[in-house]
Design a protein around this ligand. Structure first.
Ligand SMILES: Cc1cc2nc3c(=O)[nH]c(=O)nc-3n(C[C@H](O)[C@H](O)[C@H](O)COP(=O)(O)OP(=O)(O)OC[C@H]3O[C@@H](n4cnc5c(N)ncnc54)[C@H](O)[C@@H]3O)c2cc1C
Length: 382
């Protein structure tokens, strides 16, 4: 058993941290307040390989694994969770669905520019009436000659307004239930395909979360992703990997909140001494650091399992996502508490972590759904 990161992995952490602190940190509050999608940093993220971390070089990717991916998402999210979720949805949802289920031609045409960072990806499973119960998808795709005609609407799609390519799930055969749902790649500009309402959110406000609307949208049959009827089961496999990135998002934000709390506790003086001298504050910091470290072990273990490519890792990725998400919420809460009144004020980073972390107990399956996934596997149920 070896818990150490390789020299290359340590270097990657340093590089991403320096980028996040240098290029993202100065703009975090401005982007948050304006709900500004940081389109200007996308080329740099692409050049650093962060928009194609887990894909082979032959498809324009960085040729790295889930450990490196977790490092990248953790370090970006330590500074701004919005950038973390943008990178996560692009890599492990949209691009990975094409990598895992796409034909060679689809990988060349769509995955390569996504992995190179020349195009932005989105992934649409959730619908207004089908969230946790995504098998209840209502968007339809009717075959018409060498096209499918899509109708319906998706909700909460990360990167929705900015995506050049969207992978979306739609019902091709209602009689087959969740086995009648298929995946499609839709290009921006396809008539009948458009982003709808951009959500005004509690947190992660610089990320874009949008409706996606299909109105008699004609998609070439060659854009069917995987076999007909494989879209829902495929999505569950994609979410196994995606949950590692949401766990890393939570881990990064929890680490950021811990760092902010530590720094504030050392400089804030009350009763003639730094508040870090009070045992009540020390115990909070100790608990926060312990929980963050436990999250890190679960996240990197799940990432390591995913990199083995021979073992199933769905239970472990759900455990990492469940634990790291809940820890992020607790740690951000204590970060505000340690800041006292200043934790409530936008001049300090505490309130933003407090708002942003909540997504981690909701996105890519709520904490309740993670517990169901874990329990099902413990009990040997499908
Ligand atoms: C910022 C953001 C970004 C997102 N990005 C994407 C994206 O890119 N692509 C995408 O497809 N989706 C995305 N989502 C959607 C997200 O995955 C869903 O919000 C999530 O799966 C929950 O679905 P829901 O919101 O419909 O809640 P619901 O399913 O309505 O759940 C409501 C509550 O009921 C509980 N619940 C539901 N079923 C059960 C059950 N069987 N047992 C116990 N409790 C249950 C839930 O845990 C929750 O507490 C995003 C969401 C947000 C907020």
């Amino acid at each position: 058993m070896d818990f150490s990161l390789t020299q290359e992995q340590q270097q990657l952490r340093k590089t991403v941290r320096a980028f996040a602190e240098g290029e993202i940190a100065p703009h975090v509050m401005e982007w948050d307040e304006a709900s500004h999608f940081p389109i200007e940093i996308m080329p740099q993220l692409g050049e650093m390989g962060l928009l194609g971390v887990i894909f082979p070089e032959q498809y324009g990717g960085a040729g790295l694994g889930y450990i490196e991916y977790a490092i990248a998402v953790e370090e970006l999210s330590r500074v701004d969770g919005s950038v973390g979720i943008i990178v996560a949805a692009h890599n492990s949802l949209c691009s990975n669905h094409i990598y895992k289920f796409g034909t060679e031609a689809q990988k060349k045409k769509y995955l390569t520019p996504l992995a190179q960072g020349k195009r932005i990806g989105a992934w649409s499973l959730t619908e207004p009436e089908a969230g946790s119960d995504a098998g209840g998808t209502r968007t339809t795709a009717r075959r018409d000659g060498d096209h499918y005609i899509l109708n319906g609407s998706k909700t909460f799609t990360t990167n929705g307004h900015y995506a050049d390519f969207c992978v979306a799930m739609a019902v091709t055969d209602k009689s087959k239930g969740s086995h009648g749902i298929s995946a499609f790649i839709i290009e921006k500009g396809t008539p009948g395909f458009r982003p709808g309402k951009k959500e005004n959110k509690l947190g992660l406000r610089a990320s874009d979360t949008s409706e996606i609307i299909f109105t008699d949208c004609r998609v070439p049959a060659e854009n069917l992703l995987g076999a007909e009827g494989e879209g829902f089961t495929g999505s569950l496999a994609i979410l196994d990997g995606g949950r590692i990135s949401i766990a890393a998002l939570g881990l990064g934000m929890a680490q950021g909140a811990l760092d902010a709390a530590l720094s504030y506790a050392k400089q804030r003086k009350q009763f003639g001494k730094a508040i870090s001298e009070f045992q009540a504050i020390q115990f909070k910091l100790a608990d926060m650091a312990t929980e963050v470290e436990a999250s890190r072990l679960l996240v990197y273990h799940a990432a390591w399992l995913a990199d083995q490519k021979t073992v199933r890792f769905g239970k472990e990725s759900s455990m990492a996502k469940l634990f790291a998400g809940e820890v992020a919420v607790r740690v951000a809460n204590e970060c505000v508490q340690i800041h006292g009144g200043y934790g409530f004020i936008k001049d300090y980073p505490a309130e933003k972590y407090y708002r942003d972390v909540k997504l981690c107990t909701i996105g890519e399956g709520t904490s309740e759904i993670q517990r169901m996934v874990i329990a099902r596997q413990l009990l040997g149920k499908k």
